[in-house]
Design a protein around this ligand. Structure first.
Ligand SMILES: [Zn+2]
Ligand SMILES: [Zn+2]
Length: 236
């Protein structure tokens, strides 16, 4: 099955190179039906401000009028505390169609970890609390930061994250830019029925809808890559 929804792209309003319109036109050209414009939250370098977010939303709405693609606009928020809080402002949350959350800076979760294990537990805890908060639709690249730190979640932790994601109907993303090396979380997600979403994490228009590596990976996981329609995650 061909994926037709790219639920994670960046524009010039954070560290992407394309305008909202350029991303949307690229999505249309690639035959996508749906694209999400999800720039980085305020805690990221080049992250959104309330002011730039308003411009992103306005340009996204204009772009949608010019194309046949359904456009969702939102933010890839940073998880900024061990209790799973995110950095999207109230204005961003109220105007967003879609909210992704990710850990990019583990120091925000635990400034002085005593051990790799302590940091891993903190990251898992923050991820779970973020899912439970009801503020986010998708956890972007949920194991990437752990893999960067060379620590892998245990089967038990994968089970906890996937079950909470299933209970709260929050997507666990397969991300084309940060391909996971360890599939444990996704294997458990498939077993317990947590949604798995697909995102290119495009930082340039030509990367929008670039799913080839993800399709291969999905097959290795034994699943047919399948769009999760935003409505299925409660996104309207
Ligand atoms: Zn990210
Ligand atoms: Zn991203």
């Amino acid at each position: 099955m061909r994926l037709r929804a790219d639920l994670h792209t960046h524009t010039v309003y954070s560290d992407g190179h394309g305008t909202p319109l350029e991303n949307v036109l690229a999505a249309e050209e690639r035959g996508l039906e749906t694209v999400a414009l999800t720039d980085h939250g305020p805690a990221s370098p080049d992250g959104l401000t309330d002011r730039s977010f308003r411009r992103l939303v306005a340009e996204a709405r204009e772009a949608e009028k010019l194309c046949s693609v359904r456009v969702y606009v939102g933010v890839e928020a940073n998880i900024v505390s061990i209790s799973g809080e995110i950095d999207a402002t109230p204005a961003m949350l109220s105007e967003s169609d879609i909210v992704l959350a990710a850990i990019h800076n583990p120091r925000l979760i635990l400034a002085n970890p005593g051990s790799a294990e302590e940091l891993r537990r903190a990251i898992v805890h923050a991820t779970i609390r973020c899912i439970e908060s009801g503020e986010v639709h998708i956890i972007a690249h949920p194991v990437w930061i752990l893999e960067q730190l060379r620590c892998y979640i245990t089967a038990q932790e994968a089970e906890e994250i996937a079950r909470v994601a299933a209970d709260h109907n929050v997507g666990l993303e397969l991300n084309a830019r940060h391909l996971p090396r360890d599939f444990t979380l996704y294997q458990v997600a498939i077993r317990v029925g947590a949604p798995i979403t697909f995102g290119s994490d495009a930082h340039a228009p030509e990367e929008v809808g670039r799913f080839k590596p993800l399709q291969k990976l999905a097959r290795r996981l034994g699943i047919e890559p399948q769009d999760v329609h935003p409505e299925e995650l409660g996104i309207v």
